[in-house]
Ligand binder design. Structure first.
Ligand code: FES
Length: 126
């Protein structure tokens, strides 16, 4: 279900909460304190081509230099955060969240269109 027509993609980017079939798990341990706020890596989603059955690690902290995927930067830049591992069930294109504010991780749900993301400064690029 990652194959989207341009119209469906447009709807997805505007709809606040979408659903996509995949299995996921986080390697982080649970804590009773509030989770740290991720950095905004980009103000739009990243288009990617996913392979069914392959496990990916989506960057949830926003500090990876391999966006939208994890490069281990969270260990120093965002202790307490970890990547989100997920395994798509179908081959195909997908839009992975770059703002790290989606309510449907790792997929974009349109949250990036809000003022919190669009009005925020981006971290300096190397
Ligand atoms: S990039 Fe769209 S919700 Fe994060």
């Amino acid at each position: 279900m990652h194959r989207l027509s341009p119209a469906a993609l447009g709807a997805l980017l505007r709809v606040p909460r979408g659903r996509a079939p995949f299995s996921s798990s986080s390697s982080s341990s649970s804590s009773s304190s509030a989770p740290p706020q991720p950095a905004i890596a980009a103000k739009e989603p990243f288009p990617v081509e996913l392979k069914a059955g392959k496990t990916y690690a989506w960057c949830s902290c926003g500090h990876s230099k391999r966006q939208p995927f994890c490069d281990g930067s969270h260990k120093k830049a965002a202790p307490g955060m970890s990547s989100l591992r997920f395994t798509p069930q179908e081959d195909g294109p997908a839009w992975l969240c770059g703002c790290k504010r989606t309510q449907n991780p790792p997929y974009c749900d349109g949250t990036h269109n809000g003022e919190e993301v669009q009005g925020a400064p981006l971290p300096p690029q190397p």
